[in-house]
Every structure is written in structure tokens, then in C-alpha cells.
Design a binder for this molecule. Structure first.
Ligand code: GAL
Length: 348
């Protein structure tokens, strides 16, 4: 009863506030599941995404929201999702506010993974569990509270980026000609990098090539490597430039993600080249459009970055933490190779 009265009073106060403040920016989404319980227990979940303007993270955050809605465990989850706008200072403010406002658990997709230690310390002082997603913190940071009270109250949920890089290398190495279109025993390639500060980008760049060499037994020649910030327009520009500079020498374009690969595909078409015939193109994420391109033959392959598995694991970890259960330090979700042979299974 007391809860109900308090709830009513705060609702009235909130309404009052809304009445006199300007409309909120649309960079925040708030969801409340309507599974009101006898006790009316409400769990406040604060989520900050490194930036909303990212195709893969948009799928991921939408899935976080809908999975929370689907939970039927008798609690009300009030989920606030904020846009970090690719600005660590902005995101740190959001985290400070979540903590000050007494949120019960945080799900954080860091702008800079090097900020993990600060965030962990803040959450530890406030004793609020924290689930890191997508951008893996340094191992040393993940071990900061080993043997201390806050151990088991923070975790990283992600996929091992080394695996996605290896899968990209294998996709090219298992082509009949191993991607070596000109038959000179070397793979001439262009690498489109996401964001070099991000381990996903680092590992995909490194392991796609090392695994290619290992599986194919061939050597490689890097023609170009440029940073495209996971962005389609930048991917297009990078590959257009590389194609005009190196022309038919380019045998393969490795892209750290599908958004940039979609841009690369536009550049390839514009340059009059044909994927599967005189060039190959591989990405990561398995965006719907990329899968369609694989089906149509305009992309050679991609690697599923399982946003459904990852978001559900992250939400499950958040719920566990709120219920006082101890978390593992890491939860890993597998990548899956997608090529023309199996793409039909993954298309919606
Ligand atoms: C990667 C994903 C990219 C981008 C990045 C953001 O895992 O492949 O498309 O979303 O995360 O950190």
C-alpha cells in the first residue's frame, strides 16, 4: 500500500515536471513492461549505447528492449536507453546520472573501452551491477575486483572477435581459387578497418589475414588499409579510392563489418567490377541486407554477429545480478560463418 501511495505521488510529481519542462530529446528511449506484480517491484535498468547511429548496435539495442518486455518473472522493468553519441564524456555523465538516480543495474556499451576501469570503480562504490556489452574491456580491468565484494557483480557479454576474423579468412581461403584471381600465389587485398581502438576491429584485421595464410598456404600482399569507423559511406569512399588506385590488382576486400562492406559493394559496382567473378568481398555482422547480397552473389560471405544471443545473455545477466546471483566474469556468444551455401537458413 505504502508503495502504491508513493508510486502515485511520484507519478503526480513527474507529471508536474513534464508539464513545465521542454520536450525531451529523442536520444533516449524509455520502456516499461506492464507485468505489474503483487509487490509492484520495479527494476530500473540504465543502458548506454556508444552511439545510436550504428546499424549493428541498433539491432542489438532494439533486441535488449524487446527481450526485457518479454520477461515474465513478475517484475516491472523500467528500461532507459541513452545515446552515448560516440562521446565518452557524454556517456560518463549518463552513467553518473544512472548511479545518482539509484538505478538497479547498468548495461554499458562503452564509447572507449579504456574507460572501463573508471566505470567499474564508480559502480563498485555505489554497489550497482554493471554488464558491459560489445566493446570488451582490458582483461586487467575485468579483474580489478577479484577477491573483493564487487567480484561477480560485473561482467562482459560478447563474442570473441578473433573467431570472426578467422571465419572471414576461412571464407576466402576455401574458395576454389583461394581468392587468388591472378594466380600469382599471393592474395592482394584491401582492409577496411572499423575503429582501431576497438578490439573487434583489431582482431578482425589481424586474424582474417593470419587464418587466411594458414588455411590457404598462400602469401598475402596488403594494398591498402584504412579506417572506416564502421560506417557505410566511409567504406564506400575507401574502397572507391583503393579501386581507382590499384584497379584489378585488388582481389579481395576484407571489411571489419557489413555496413562498410555494403559501401564497398556500391564502390565495386560503380567501378564495373563483379563480386564472385573478378573480386571478392567479405564482412561481419550478417545485417539483413548483407545476407541478401550473399544470396544474390554481390557479397562473398559474412559472419553472423549474434545480436539476439548477445542481447538476451546480457539481459539475463542483468536480471541475475539484480536477484543477487553471482555473475561469471565473461559470457561468450559464438559467431557463425555465412556463405551462399547456408545463407538461406539465416534470411528472414
Ligand atoms: C562490432 C560490429 C560493428 C559495430 C561495432 C561497434 O561488433 O561488428 O558493426 O557495431 O561492434 O562497437
Amino acid at each position: 500500500m505504502k508503495n502504491k501511495i508513493l508510486g502515485f505521488l511520484s507519478a503526480v510529481m513527474l507529471l508536474g515536471m513534464v508539464g513545465c519542462t521542454p520536450a525531451k530529446e529523442t536520444t533516449e528511449t524509455k520502456t516499461e513492461t506492464k507485468t505489474e506484480t503483487a509487490s509492484g517491484e520495479t527494476v530500473k535498468v540504465g543502458v548506454s549505447i556508444y552511439k545510436f547511429d550504428d546499424n549493428f548496435m541498433t539491432l542489438y539495442r532494439n533486441e535488449i528492449e524487446s527481450y526485457f518486455k518479454s520477461l515474465n518473472d513478475g517484475k516491472t522493468y523500467e528500461v532507459t536507453i541513452q545515446d552515448g553519441k560516440n562521446d565518452q564524456a557524454e556517456q560518463s555523465n549518463q552513467i553518473d546520472n544512472f548511479i545518482q538516480q539509484g538505478y538497479d543495474v547498468l548495461i554499458i556499451n562503452l564509447v572507449q573501452s579504456t574507460s572501463a576501469a573508471t566505470v567499474i570503480d564508480k559502480c563498485a562504490s555505489a554497489n550497482i551491477p554493471c554488464i558491459f556489452i560489445n566493446r570488451e574491456p582490458e582483461e586487467a580491468d575485468m579483474s580489478l575486483y577479484d577477491g573483493k565484494d564487487y567480484e561477480g557483480k560485473y561482467t562482459y557479454v560478447g563474442a570473441d572477435a578473433r573467431q570472426s576474423g578467422k571465419f572471414q579468412g576461412e571464407i576466402i581461403a576455401s574458395l576454389e581459387n583461394k581468392g587468388d584471381l591472378n594466380g600469382d600465389g599471393k592474395l592482394q587485398y584491401v582492409m577496411v578497418v572499423g575503429d582501431p581502438e576497438n578490439v573487434d576491429a583489431k582482431y578482425r584485421t589481424e586474424f582474417s589475414i593470419s587464418q587466411y595464410k594458414e588455411v590457404s598456404g598462400l602469401d598475402v600482399e596488403k594494398l591498402d588499409e584504412q579506417r572506416g569507423d564502421w560506417d557505410q559511406a566511409k567504406g564506400q569512399e575507401i574502397v572507391a579510392n583503393a579501386l581507382s588506385k590499384y584497379g584489378e590488382k585488388v582481389e579481395v576486400v576484407f571489411s571489419n563489418n557489413d555496413s562498410m562492406a555494403l559501401g564497398a559493394s556500391q564502390a565495386i559496382t560503380a567501378a564495373g567490377r563483379t563480386v564472385g567473378k573478378d573480386i571478392y568481398l567479405v564482412g561481419v555482422d550478417a545485417l539483413e541486407e548483407a545476407k541478401q547480397f550473399i544470396k544474390d552473389g554481390t557479397m562473398t560471405g559474412t559472419v553472423l554477429n549474434d545480436h539476439v544471443g548477445q542481447s538476451h545473455t546480457a539481459v539475463d545477466a542483468a536480471v541475475k545480478a539484480v536477484n543477487g546471483e553471482k555473475l561469471e566474469k565473461y559470457y561468450w556468444v559464438d559467431y557463425v560463418k555465412i556463405t551462399p551455401e547456408n545463407v538461406a537458413e539465416f534470411l528472414k
